[in-house]
Ligand binder design. Structure first.
Ligand SMILES: *Cc1c(COP(=O)(O)O)cnc(C)c1O
Length: 233
C-alpha cells in the first residue's frame, strides 16, 4: 500500500478512536494505536511510523528478526503480539519494548531466564484466552488469578496489564461482552495483585476496536484497516 494511504488510514482510525473514547466519556489521549504489521514490509512499517503510529506489533519471530535487521521499526516501540514458542524467547527478550502475549507460566519463566542472562527487565502483558478456545493460547479466565500471582514472583518481568483476542466475531458488536469481561479481570487483577499499577489493556482489532474502547481498552492492535488486506498464500 502507498505510504500516503497508510497515513490516511491512520488519521481516519485515530478519528474513530477519539469518537469512541468520547462516547464512553474517556480521554482519547489515553488510548494507544499499535499497528499490527505482519506480512507488511519495512517500507510500510516506516510509513506508519512517519504517520505517528504509537507502536508496531509483530507476531512471527522470523519476520520480526528480518525486519529488525532492515531497520523497519526505527522511531517507534516494537511489541511482540503473537504466539511465542519457548525456544524462540531468546530472539525476542530485550529486543522488544513489550511482549503482549505471555499466556503461560512456563513461557514467563523462560522469559525470566533469558532476561536474567541479559541483565534486563522485560515489560509484558498477560494474555487471556477470554473465549476459552482450544486453538488459542493464553491463561483461561479461571486460571488468570493464580497465573498472575505466580508471574508476579518473577523479578525480571514487569507486568503492565492484559491482552486478549476474543473469538472471531459472528455478528456486529458480538465481542463486546468479551471485552467487558476482560476489562473486569484487568481492574480486579490490577487492584488485588499489582497495587493498581496496570496501564495497558490491549484489545480490539480492525473490526471491533471501537467496542474495545467502549469497554476500557487503552491499547488497540490494528492491522488490515491500516495496511490493507493481507494476502495469504
Ligand atoms: C493481525 C493481528 C491483529 C490485527 O488484526 P486486523 O484484523 O488485521 O486488524 C491484532 N492482534 C494480533 C495478535 C494479530 O496477530
Amino acid at each position: 500500500m502507498e505510504s500516503n494511504q497508510i497515513a490516511e488510514n491512520i488519521r481516519s482510525i485515530r478519528g474513530r478512536m477519539a469518537a469512541a473514547a468520547e462516547r464512553a466519556g474517556r480521554d482519547p489521549g489515553e488510548i494507544l494505536l499499535v499497528g499490527a504489521s505482519k506480512m507488511n514490509d519495512a517500507a510500510a512499517c516506516r510509513a506508519a511510523i512517519a504517520a505517528g503510529i504509537d507502536a508496531l506489533g509483530e507476531n512471527r519471530v522470523q519476520e520480526m528478526t528480518e525486519k529488525l535487521a532492515q531497520g523497519a521499526y526505527e522511531g517507534a516501540p516494537l511489541h511482540f503480539i503473537g504466539h511465542l514458542q519457548r525456544n524462540k524467547v531468546r530472539q525476542v527478550v530485550g529486543r522488544v519494548a513489550l511482549i503482549e502475549s505471555v499466556g503461560s507460566l512456563e513461557l514467563a519463566k523462560e522469559i525470566q531466564r533469558q532476561a536474567e542472562k541479559l541483565g534486563v527487565t522485560q515489560d509484558v502483558l498477560l494474555e487471556v484466552n477470554i473465549g476459552g478456545e482450544e486453538s488459542k493460547s493464553g491463561f483461561l479466565p479461571k486460571e488468570l488469578r493464580d497465573g498472575a500471582a505466580a508471574v508476579r514472583e518473577l523479578d525480571r518481568l514487569r507486568v503492565l496489564g492484559l491482552m486478549a483476542i476474543p473469538p472471531v466475531e459472528r455478528e456486529p458488536h458480538g465481542n463486546l461482552p468479551y471485552f467487558v469481561e476482560v476489562s473486569r479481570l484487568y481492574v480486579d487483577i490490577s487492584r488485588s495483585l499489582y497495587h493498581n499499577s496496570f496501564v495497558y489493556l490491549s484489545m480490539g482489532m480492525s473490526d471491533d476496536f471501537e467496542d474495545a474502547i467502549a469497554a476500557g481498552a487503552t491499547m488497540v492492535r490494528v492491522g488490515s484497516a491500516i495496511f490493507g488486506r493481507r494476502h495469504y498464500q
